[in-house]
Design a protein around this ligand. Structure first.
Ligand code: NAG
Ligand code: NAG
Ligand code: NAG
Length: 409
């Protein structure tokens, strides 16, 4: 579906606003002439527009203090799941661009073709001697009266973007938060992770690092679950704010920035690119199959992992059965097939001119692509901070919107 353009100033779509960052890899041939032209156009770009006076931004900022505004934007941005590369995400981008344009920010949408990752096939089963095999549904359940029930079918199945495709059936080893020190501790205890399925919980390090640490420790696959201790410490949704039993944290496991086929250089049309196979074998990729699961499924797995009891700071919350290291006797059969494919996405680029040094650009990548989002997650949050930034929270602008240099004096 072509991205909707309603209400969006796209007249300068082919004029890069910022000069592309210089490539870090010397082996890549970038032609200097287009870069020079791009830099020149970027430099003259601001002259093509009549920017509002700096005091305009100040009064706009002072007028945006309402929670209602934030709630309305959050609602509009999260009304449907908007996975990167989908029509719903193009609509979300158009909403952002239209809103920023309506406040006289110089805004435009720019399309990029980037490597995204979608799940094509997932399955996870758990077996142990004298036990029936459990085939996990890998599905987030809705609740009675869920207003998102109708659109939940649009949500992408739970997965970890850029996980390697493959099928692994092996004993499970519990790896706490999947930090390097957790795997070092397992090694010190003589627990061999080689060829096993590492089971780790979310909460301390980037999910991509959990999978990479598992890979580096020799694991053949990884499962990441949300522990009830960390994510369901009170009433769960919809009765309270905590994660429901089948809720799953999803997201990218790519450690690099931007499009994996253009590491550290702009993903512009016709540019030099890695092949998909090269990008997928980069060290910034997890390199092994991996799946995220809910705290309910995590609990089921942990109950069948035997061996020595893990230390206190590896345990679950009050009432949870003791967690043990393994390996086994639980055997996990994890099968994942990813679909890594080049997809067109839209970036929203908007400029707020500073009172000092207006010719300097500070990038505030509030909405870094690729995004893997379900309703009410990061995209909405970031934008509501921007739209609704107000003087009463002035001191929190800097940390929350890194790179913004508003002068509220
Ligand atoms: C917005 O809501 C929060 C949380 O309820 C409250 O603390 C804050 O004072 C409200 N801000 C405004 C401007 O109404
Ligand atoms: C693991 O599960 C897949 C189905 O997703 C199946 O094809 C495969 O045979 C299973 N492997 C083992 C060892 O049971
Ligand atoms: C991979 O994703 C692309 C883009 O969404 C789609 O056209 C293609 O059919 C998918 N292939 C598989 C094997 O799922």
């Amino acid at each position: 579906m072509p991205p909707p353009q309603d209400g969006v100033d796209d007249s300068a779509a082919r004029v890069p606003l910022l000069p592309p960052p210089a490539p870090r890899r010397a082996a890549v041939r970038l032609h200097p002439l287009p870069l020079l032209i791009a830099a020149t156009l970027a430099a003259s770009y601001r002259l093509l527009f009549l920017a509002p006076a700096p005091s305009y931004y100040q009064s706009l900022l002072l007028s945006l203090g309402s929670n209602d505004t934030a709630a309305a934007h959050l609602h509009a941005l999260t009304i449907r799941p908007h996975l990167a590369g989908t029509g719903a995400n193009a609509l979300a981008a158009a909403h952002v661009a239209a809103t920023l344009s309506s406040h006289s920010f110089r805004t435009r949408l720019t399309s990029y073709s980037v490597l995204l990752s979608y799940p094509a096939y997932r399955s996870l089963s758990l077996s142990a001697p004298d036990r029936d095999t459990v085939l996990f549904a890998l599905k987030q359940e809705t609740y009675a009266g869920d207003p998102y029930e109708a659109v939940s079918a649009e949500a992408v199945p739970t997965f970890l973007a850029y996980a390697a495709s493959g099928s692994v059936s092996a004993e499970a080893v519990y790896a706490n938060y999947g930090r390097a020190e957790d795997f070092a501790y397992l090694a010190a205890r003589g627990i061999d992770v080689t060829g096993k399925v590492a089971v780790a919980r979310y909460g301390e390090v980037f999910r991509g690092d959990i999978v990479r640490n598992a890979r580096d420790a020799g694991a053949a696959a990884a499962v990441i679950y949300s522990d009830a201790k960390d994510y369901a410490a009170g009433k769960t949704f919809p009765d309270g704010p905590w994660m429901p039993p089948t809720g799953v944290q999803v997201g990218s496991t790519f450690k690099g920035v931007g499009d994996p086929t253009t590491p550290m250089w702009a993903s512009s049309e016709g540019c030099e690119r890695l092949t998909i196979a090269e990008a997928m074998s980069s060290d910034d990729m997890p390199g092994i199959p991996a799946l995220p699961v809910s705290w309910k499924d995590g609990e089921t797995i942990l109950q069948l992992i035997g061996g020595d009891v893990a230390p206190e700071n590896w345990q679950g919350g009050d009432g949870a059965a003791a967690y043990r290291f393994g390996p086994g006797p639980a055997v996990l059969n994890l099968t994942y097939t990813g679909n890594e494919t080049m997809v067109t996405i839209q970036n929203v680029i908007s400029v707020i001119e500073g009172g000092e040094e207006p010719e300097r650009y500070d990038q505030n990548p509030q909405s870094p692509y690729p995004q893997y989002l379900l309703p009410n997650s990061n995209l909405g949050k970031g934008h509501c901070i921007i739209y609704s930034t107000n003087p009463s929270v002035g001191s929190s602008i800097q940390p929350e919107c890194d790179g913004w240099k508003f002068n509220l004096r």
